[in-house]
Structure formats: structure tokens, C-alpha cells
Design a protein around this ligand. Structure first.
Ligand code: ATP
Ligand code: MG
Length: 598
């Protein structure tokens, strides 16, 4: 657990200020916690709550989580961690139609992978809202009995017309004046399956003239014959989200219920409902409070589960974990680390106004995290063979090879121990990047061209002599002479001045590998803004596959291991397809610098 001293180093934000203020005022100090969610009586019998605050992360299990959810996870779990609280992992599964256990498992994985958990004070705080259906039903009956809810049997069209709009107050339903006894009978008939789907709804009785349309008698229960993934066919009526969510928070003794801005207009109903159910003795006091923050919008990225599902279902990408997807499984497969995503969440902070975050901010956090962690290695992504024509003459035989080595991680200062080394061989032929040779060098070109002297990084200095070409004029081989006694790390290393150092992989021990080069999935920065058809701006070049050669230390990578391929950027051994040595497969994570704007 972090101390308040640690918190002093974190940038503050309006939520931190609210929490710090609540802690200073002891707003929630009187709360009790019975060890599990429950009503007022349940918690009254419990202990003084060991958690100073309670937050929750409440996804609907109807898809895979994306980078926007990651912001919410880091926020809710992070605040609880920083302030001696607990964050509940709650499935908001009150809507029977779209939910699935496949999603439940993927969500739990994603939260844990990001570095968070829900075990605290000896309890697993993993909950599902559908476990509260009995209480929600009871709360609905209480509202009916106390004159705060009624069964409305207008048609959906009538209901819509009578709701009014911003300029026009609503009109009372003819069913609004039913007695509590009539309403109770009718509501029980709804529950017992005596009315068809859509024939009636239970509505809170508040104010049809309220300037806030959400307070014009919002629907709180509807009839829907659907099998629920947790409760099966036990219910044919289901609570509406706006009714269910505040109750879920209260049963779990949540103190700070943090949601995105679109729920701002729902807050008055949230508070109204809490006040009624506390009045009736059903829920403990003080009630949870809702706070809204701006959702994450990231350029070149879509953060809507529905639209991401469309990309998967229409095979625009290869599944939820396609490395181009902004899902947490996609980011993970792409090579993002939990630390980089946490850093990103911290860096973008929380605000109360919508804005777009540049994708390069996310990439920058990853580079920062990988810079000191990712092992270095050489890979040639667009290979052409370089033959050292005097090799046999200098070393006695064409098949002779010599060991070379280079640091696994960059050396940080003289006080540090010698860094670990990776080993590879140099021989009479090596692979180099096609772009590292020019028969006729452009102005300022420092790499291989006839007569120029360069170093094969961590190997020998060589002098280019020419090339061989095929009938089409395509270079098939580059030729050079090795200059004896110039090997890196030997006494003669500096005896000949090289104009450049180029990366290479030996033909003798290089391993062929597939390298997947990813680019942004969309060509437009705001692919779905203003209801635009995001499929129209899919980038046709978002994936290119290269046949590369990699040095042995890279071929030996474990799946998920990250590297910096010298000069090319960051790469990860694909967690699905990579098999060490046998079939090395790497995904490009990101380049070395921000090239997005260029
Ligand atoms: P989607 O529209 O993609 O389905 P959602 O908001 O409906 O997203 P939920 O499963 O209901 O998805 O969300 C769980 C939590 O994640 C909520 O508290 C929600 O506010 C938060 N969340 C979802 N998207 C974002 C986002 N882009 N930025 C920040 N928080 C988000
Ligand atoms: Mg939702």
C-alpha cells in the first residue's frame, strides 16, 4: 500500500481532491461492512469498514475490454490502492441479451494482467450485479408501496410522445394515478409472466415536468423473456441500468462511484433513488456518490465495444487479439506492457471535459518502459547478401567463422558492472539491409557504396568493392573486403576510420523469421467521429509481413519477450505463433522515435 507521501508525487486531479476531502471530513468513517454486499440490516451487523474508500470497476460482459477501459481500471483500482481503499470487480450483467461467460473470463484476465486484483482484507471482491436481482425486485416493490413507482401500460410510442422534450414538459400517463395496491398486483403479474414482453414497464414516479428528462418518470423495470447467463430463466422482468447501477453501488458500500461524462444527467436520479431507499430503511447511509470524468478518446483508435466487434465479425482484423486492435488482449499481443499502460493512464490524468489524446502519447509511454528493459538484437528486415570476397585469403578458409559479441542492454556508466553479452558469429557472407547499399550513392550517403569503408556493427571494418545484379538490374549480392585486425573490442578496432556502422546478421548463424510490421488501423485520426463510417478509413497497409533474418539470441526468444531491434524499433515475440528457433515470429511494437506525425 502506498503512503500519503507517495501520493504527494502523483499529479493531483479533481477525483483525488474529492477523496482527500472526504477522508479529511470523515464523510464515510461511520460505514460498516458485513464482509459481503447486502442491505442496510446486513451491513449494520458488520464491522466498521476496514476500507477507507470503496470504488468499483463495473464492465458489462458483452465484449473484450479496450484501452478506454484500461483508463477506468487504472483509475478505480489506483485510487483505492492509493487511499487505503478497496476496488470491487463487478460484472454489470443486468442485461440478459448480450452477455457471455467468454467475455467474463477475458475481462478478469485483462484486469489481472494490468496488475490489479480484487482480493483485499481476506475477501475476494468479485461480484456480479445479477446476484442482486432479488434485492432490486424488493426495492421496486418498496417504491410501489410508498407511492414512488407505478406500472405504465402506455404503448412505447405514447410513452415517447408524452415524455416531452427540452422545450416541452411531459404529460402524465393515464396509469400514473393507479393506487399502490393496483400497481403491486400488476407488477407481480409482470414478474409472474402474465404480460407479454413490452406490454408494461415499471416507472419511478418523480416529475413529468422536470427540466431534466431523466427525472420524467424513468422506466426502472421492463418485461423481457430472455435467458440470463447467471440466473437462467428465473426472471422475465429485468431492471433498467439506471435503477440497477446505484443499487449495486449501495449494496457493495461503494463510496465513490466513478463513471464517464455521459452519465452526468443520470446523477439526479441516482441521488433520488438512494434517498428513497435509505428513507425506507433498505439501504445503509451515507449513500455512494457518482462522479463523472471524461472518457478516453485516442486518435486513430476506436473505443466502442460494438464497433470493435464489427471489425472482428467482418474479418477486418484477425480476432479480438489482433495486434492492431486497441483491446487489452490486442495491446498485449502487440507488445504493450502493463507498466506502459499504467504510465499512460497516469500521464493523461482525469478531467471533466472531453478531448482527444494523441496516439503518440501511448507509444511514448511504451518506449519509456522498454528503453531500459528490452534486450538489444540485430535483425535484417529486407535482406540482401553481402559477400566478403577476401575472407578465405585473410582467414585461411571460406567456412571459417569468428565469434562476436555485443551488450544485451546498453551500458549505464562506468560504475555499473559489465553488461551481459549476446553472442553471434561472423563469416564470409552476412545479411544486410538492402537500403544499406547504393551503387551510386545519393548525396551525403555514408553506408555501403564502392570504395566506402564502414563497420559491421560489433564485427569488422569492411571496404565495399561493388555488387552483382540480375537481368533486371536488381542487386543480388553486395561485395566487400574485410580489413584484418579491425574487429570491435580489439586493439586494432580504431586503426581504420569507418564512415558508418551498419547492422547485419551472419549467413552462418542467422535464423529466418517472420516479422509483422504494423501500422495504424485507420487513416483518419477520428475514424468514427460524428457518426462517420469508420470502415471507410481502414488502412489497407496496416499489416505488412517481412521475411527477415535475426541473430541467434532473438531466435531463442520466449513468446512475449520484447526486444529492441537495433535501428528498427521495438519488437515482441508473438505470444501465439512464435516458436523459439523453429518458427520465430515477431510483431513490431513501435519505432524508436515518434514518426507518427511525419
Ligand atoms: P462500450 O461503449 O465500449 O461498450 P461501455 O462504457 O459501455 O463501453 P462498460 O463495460 O459499461 O462499457 O464500461 C465499464 C467501465 O469502463 C465503465 O465505468 C465505463 O465508464 C468505463 N469506460 C468505458 N469506455 C471508456 C473510455 N473510453 N474511457 C474511459 N472509461 C471508459
Ligand atoms: Mg455499456
Amino acid at each position: 500500500m502506498t503512503t500519503s507521501a507517495d501520493n504527494d508525487h502523483k499529479p493531483s486531479n479533481f477525483l483525488r481532491q474529492i477523496i482527500e476531502n472526504d477522508l479529511a471530513q470523515a464523510t464515510y468513517a461511520s460505514r460498516r461492512w458485513a464482509g459481503s454486499p447486502g442491505d442496510a440490516a446486513h451491513h449494520a451487523a458488520g464491522q466498521s469498514d476496514p476500507a477507507k474508500i470503496r470504488t468499483r470497476f463495473p464492465p458489462e460482459p458483452n465484449g473484450y475490454l479496450h484501452v478506454g477501459h484500461a483508463k477506468s481500471i487504472c483509475l478505480n483500482f489506483g485510487l483505492a490502492r492509493d487511499y487505503g481503499g478497496v476496488c470491487h470487480m463487478r460484472f454489470d450483467d443486468t442485461n440478459p441479451e448480450k452477455e457471455d461467460t467468454e467475455y467474463v473470463n477475458s475481462i478478469l484476465d485483462a484486469v489481472q494482467w494490468l496488475g490489479f486484483g480484487w482480493d483485499a482484507n481476506g475477501t475476494s471482491h468479485l461480484y456480479q450485479a445479477s446476484d442482486y436481482f432479488d434485492f432490486m425486485y424488493r426495492a421496486a416493490e418498496y417504491l410501489i408501496e410508498s407511492g414512488h413507482a407505478y406500472v405504465d401500460e402506455q404503448t412505447p410510442e405514447q410513452m415517447r410522445a408524452n415524455r416531452g422534450d427540452f422545450g416541452k414538459p411531459g404529460v402524465d400517463s393515464p396509469f400514473r394515478s393507479r393506487t399502490p395496491a393496483e400497481n403491486l398486483t400488476r407488477f407481480r403479474q409482470m414478474r409472474d409472466g402474465q404480460l407479454p414482453d413490452g406490454a408494461a414497464v415499471l416507472r419511478a414516479k418523480i416529475d413529468m415536468a422536470s427540466p431534466n428528462i431523466n427525472l420524467r418518470d424513468p422506466a426502472i423495470y421492463r418485461i423481457r423473456r430472455a435467458t440470463h447467463h447467471n440466473t437462467g430463466d428465473a426472471w422475465c422482468i429485468y431492471p433498467m441500468y439506471t435503477f440497477a447501477h446505484p443499487i449495486e453501488d449501495a449494496l457493495e458500500q461503494i463510496t465513490h462511484s466513478i463513471c464517464t461524462l455521459e452519465f452526468e444527467d443520470q446523477r439526479p436520479f441516482y441521488d433520488w433513488l438512494m434517498a428513497r431507499l435509505i428513507e425506507g430503511g433498505l439501504l445503509p447511509s451515507p449513500p455512494p456518490k457518482q462522479y463523472e470524468f471524461a472518457r478516453l478518446n485516442l486518435t486513430y483508435v476506436i473505443t466502442s465495444k460494438r464497433k470493435l466487434a464489427q471489425l472482428v465479425n467482418e474479418h477486418k482484423v484477425n480476432g479480438w487479439d489482433d495486434p492492431r486492435m486497441p483491446t487489452i488482449v490486442g495491446l498485449r499481443r502487440r507488445g504493450y506492457t502493463p507498466e506502459s499502460i499504467q504510465l499512460f493512464a497516469e500521464r493523461i490524468g482525469v478531467t471533466k471535459s472531453d478531448s482527444w489524446i494523441d496516439y503518440s502519447t501511448l507509444e511514448g509511454c511504451l518506449r519509456e518502459d522498454l528503453e531500459n528493459k528490452a534486450h538489444r538484437g540485430m535483425a535484417v528486415l529486407d535482406p540482401v547478401k553481402l559477400v566478403l570476397t577476401n575472407w578465405a585469403e585473410v582467414f585461411g578458409s571460406e567456412s571459417y567463422t569468428e565469434d562476436c559479441h555485443a551488450a544485451v542492454l546498453p551500458h549505464h556508466g562506468d560504475d555499473q558492472p559489465e553488461p551481459a553479452q549476446r553472442h553471434f558469429k561472423i563469416g564470409h557472407a552476412v545479411w544486410i539491409e538492402r537500403e544499406d547499399f547504393a551503387e551510386v550513392p545519393p548525396k551525403g550517403y555514408k553506408r555501403l557504396f564502392p570504395g566506402n569503408v564502414v563497420r559491421l556493427k560489433a564485427g569488422y571494418v569492411i571496404e565495399c568493392t561493388g555488387c552483382a545484379k540480375d537481368a533486371n538490374g536488381q542487386v543480388t549480392e553486395v561485395h566487400a573486403k574485410v580489413i584484418p585486425n579491425t574487429k570491435s573490442g580489439t586493439a586494432g578496432a580504431d586503426s581504420v576510420k569507418a564512415k558508418a556502422a551498419i547492422t547485419w546478421v551472419s549467413v552462418a548463424d542467422g535464423v529466418s523469421a517472420q516479422v509483422r510490421l504494423y501500422d495504424r488501423l485507420f487513416t483518419e485520426a477520428q475514424p468514427d467521429a460524428g457518426g462517420k463510417d469508420f470502415l471507410a478509413s481502414l488502412n489497407p497497409n496496416s499489416l505488412k509481413v517481412a521475411s527477415a533474418f535475426v541473430e541467434p539470441s532473438l531466435a531463442a526468444a520466449q513468446p512475449d519477450q520484447k526486444f529492441q531491434f537495433e535501428r528498427h524499433g521495438y519488437f515482441v515475440a508473438d505470444r501465439v505463433d512464435h516458436v523459439p528457433f523453429a518458427t520465430p515470429v515477431f510483431n513490431k511494437v513501435t519505432g524508436l522515435r515518434d514518426t507518427w506525425g511525419k
